[in-house]
Write a protein that binds this ligand. Structure first.
Ligand code: HEC
Length: 134
């Protein structure tokens, strides 16, 4: 391979990696807007808080691991591992990666509710989390 060809290949590879990363980046507000659009109804922070802090027929609520005021560290119910705050105001990393958000919504909703959360439930929870101040 010539040097030029190698350089072109390396550059396009770097660019595609960069673009893939850029695409994955999002904001809490953008994700909330996506869930609101998918649910076809306005989000309600109070309903999100209620959903988050109550049990749904199983052992845990969301607040079991994330606390009822997720501007502070949580603690995993079984492993005891510290979970950094879920509220974006207390943790700038939160809800900036749509794949991560979806992965954990899926896993945690299954644990707590026994099914995936609906777009409306995600919209309500995220809207409530966004409204929290440290
Ligand atoms: C058994 C403990 C546990 C319970 C219960 C739990 N979570 Fe989590 N949650 C975690 C862990 C562990 C992570 C991943 C570690 C991290 O991101 O700090 C996480 C991460 C998340 C994330 C990722 C946020 C992001 O984009 O960074 C969301 C959203 C979330 N949880 C929502 C919920 C909701 C909603 C419920 C209730 C339906 C819930 N969790 C219940 C342990 C739990």
């Amino acid at each position: 391979m010539t040097k030029l060809k190698f350089f072109t290949l390396a550059a396009s590879l770097a660019l595609s990696v960069f673009c893939a990363n850029a695409q994955a980046q999002t904001t809490p507000a953008a994700q909330a807007a996506g869930y609101v659009a998918a649910s076809g109804q306005p989000a309600q922070a109070a309903r999100g808080q209620e959903f988050f802090t109550t049990k749904h027929g199983k052992d845990w609520s969301c607040s079991t691991c994330h606390t009822a005021k997720p501007t502070v560290d949580g603690k995993h119910a079984t492993t005891g591992k510290v979970i950094s705050p879920l509220a974006p105001a207390a943790n700038a990393q939160r809800f900036t990666d749509a794949a991560k958000t979806e992965k954990w919504f899926r896993r945690n909703c299954n644990d707590v509710v026994g099914r995936e959360c609906t777009p409306a439930e995600k919209a309500d929870v995220l809207t409530w989390l966004i409204s929290l101040k440290p």
